[in-house]
Design a protein around this ligand. Structure first.
Ligand code: ADP
Length: 358
C-alpha cells in the first residue's frame, strides 16, 4: 500500500496533464501540481472552484452557457474550450471526464484529465484560413477563365472584323470608322483587364490604401471628362450639389474606380433612355454620391447578388461586362468605412448611393 501511495504521489507531482477529482457538483476536490502550468494557478488556489470558472468571456459569449455546463457535467465527455490563463493569456484546453463510481459522500465523483492544446488549435485555424483562401483563389481563377473566354471574345471579334474589312476596302470613311471602332474595343478590353487585375489584387490582399484629402466633386468631373463622355457621347449627364463643399479623407485612386464604375454602369444599362443624374450631398459627417439612371433596372431578388464577383443580372443580356466592377466597388467603399445603397425597379431604373465619412 505504501508503494502504491508513493507511485500515486509521483504521478500527482510529475504528470504534465492536469488531473482533478471533482465532487458531484463538479467542484474540484483534488488537483495535481500541473495546474500551475495548465491553468496558471497553484493547486491550492483551484480547490473549491470549477473548471468553468476559468472560461474566457469570448468563449462564453460564443457558446450557449447552459449547453456548455451540461458538457462539463457529463462523464465520458471530451470537450475543448478557451480559458483565461493565470498569466493573462488566452489558452485552449481539452478535458476528458470519467465517472469514478459510487462514492457514498459523492465527494469523489468524477476524474478529469486536462491538457493544453493551444498550439494545435491555432495551427488548425491557420490551416483552415489558408485552405479557405486557397479555395477562394481557385474559384476566382475558374470564374476568371470562363469570363475571359466569353467576354474578351466579343471585342476581339469586332477588332478582327474591322481588320478584315480594311483588307477588302480601304476608303477614308471605312478607315475612320474601323479605327474608332477598334479604339473603342481596345478601351473596353483595357478596362475589363483593369477590373480583373483590381479584383486579383483584392483577392490576394495586394490592394494598397493611401488616404489623402480630396474633393469628390473634382474627381467626378475628371472621370466624366476623361472616361464617360468619350465612351458614352450620347448620354446626357446632369449634376446637382447640396450643402457646402467639403473634402473627404480617402484614397482617390480607389474612389475614382468607384465613381467611374457606377457612372459607366448607369450609362451602359440605360438602353432606352439617355439621361443620367449625379447628386452630391455634403453634410457634417459624410459626403453622399448618388448616380441615378432610367435604364433596365435590377430585379429585387438580384439586388444583393450583383455585389458578388462575376455575378451579372439576368437582364444584362448582351450588354458587355464581367460582373466584377460592383464587387470591387463594395470592397473599396468598405475600406473607407462607407456604405453603398441601391434602390432599383426592374425596367424603370436604378440609383446607387455611396456615403463616405469625411
Ligand atoms: P458588369 O457591369 O461588368 O456586368 P458590375 O459588377 O459592375 O459588372 O455589375 C454587376 C451587375 O449588376 C451587372 O451585370 C448588371 O446586371 C447589374 N447592374 C449594375 N449596375 C446597373 C445599373 N445601373 N442598371 C442595371 N443593372 C445594373
Amino acid at each position: 500500500m505504501e508503494a502504491f501511495s508513493k507511485v500515486f504521489k509521483l504521478i500527482a507531482d510529475y504528470t504534465s496533464d492536469l488531473l482533478c477529482i471533482h465532487d458531484a457538483e463538479n467542484t474540484i476536490r483534488f488537483a495535481t501540481k500541473s495546474s500551475e502550468v495548465i491553468l496558471g494557478y497553484s493547486k491550492d488556489k483551484i480547490l473549491g472552484k470549477k473548471l468553468t470558472d476559468f472560461l474566457s468571456e469570448d468563449f462564453i459569449k460564443e457558446m450557449d452557457f447552459t449547453t456548455l455546463i451540461r458538457f462539463f457535467d457529463h462523464p465520458g465527455a471530451r470537450i475543448r474550450y478557451q480559458i483565461n490563463h493565470g498569466d493573462g493569456r488566452l489558452r485552449w484546453l481539452e478535458t476528458t471526464f470519467n465517472s469514478i463510481g459510487d462514492d457514498p459522500q459523492k465527494d469523489y465523483s468524477v476524474l478529469s484529465s486536462t491538457r493544453d492544446i493551444t498550439e494545435s488549435v491555432s495551427l488548425t485555424q491557420d490551416l483552415r484560413q489558408a485552405l479557405s483562401k486557397e479555395q477562394e483563389l481557385s474559384r476566382f481563377k475558374s470564374n476568371l477563365y470562363s469570363v475571359a473566354s466569353h467576354e474578351f471574345k466579343t471585342p476581339l471579334a469586332v477588332i478582327q472584323a474591322n481588320i478584315e474589312l480594311l483588307r477588302i476596302k480601304r476608303s477614308e470613311k471605312v478607315l475612320e470608322n474601323a479605327m474608332s471602332s477598334i479604339e473603342e474595343e481596345v478601351d473596353r478590353l483595357n478596362s475589363m483587364i483593369g477590373d480583373m487585375l483590381e479584383l486579383k489584387k483584392l483577392t490576394t490582399g495586394e490592394t494598397t490604401f493611401r488616404p489623402e484629402s480630396f474633393f469628390i466633386e473634382e474627381l467626378v468631373e475628371e472621370v466624366l471628362e476623361n472616361d464617360i463622355h468619350k465612351t458614352f457621347p450620347k448620354i446626357s449627364i446632369s449634376r446637382k450639389k447640396r450643402g457646402k463643399k467639403i473634402p473627404i479623407h480617402g484614397d482617390p485612386t480607389l474612389i475614382r474606380f468607384v465613381v467611374a464604375n457606377l457612372l459607366s454602369n448607369a450609362c451602359k444599362f440605360s438602353v432606352r433612355s439617355n439621361s443620367v443624374e449625379i447628386v452630391i450631398d455634403y453634410s457634417i459627417e459624410e459626403v453622399r454620391f448618388a448616380v441615378s439612371d432610367k435604364g433596365i433596372g435590377i430585379a429585387k431578388g438580384e439586388q444583393e447578388a450583383i455585389f458578388n464577383s462575376f455575378y451579372r443580372g439576368k437582364n444584362a443580356g448582351n450588354i458587355q461586362g464581367t460582373g466584377v466592377g460592383l464587387a470591387i466597388v463594395k470592397e473599396f467603399v468598405d475600406l473607407h468605412k462607407g456604405r453603398i445603397e441601391l434602390s432599383s425597379t426592374l425596367g424603370k431604373g436604378s440609383t446607387f448611393v455611396i456615403s463616405l465619412p469625411v
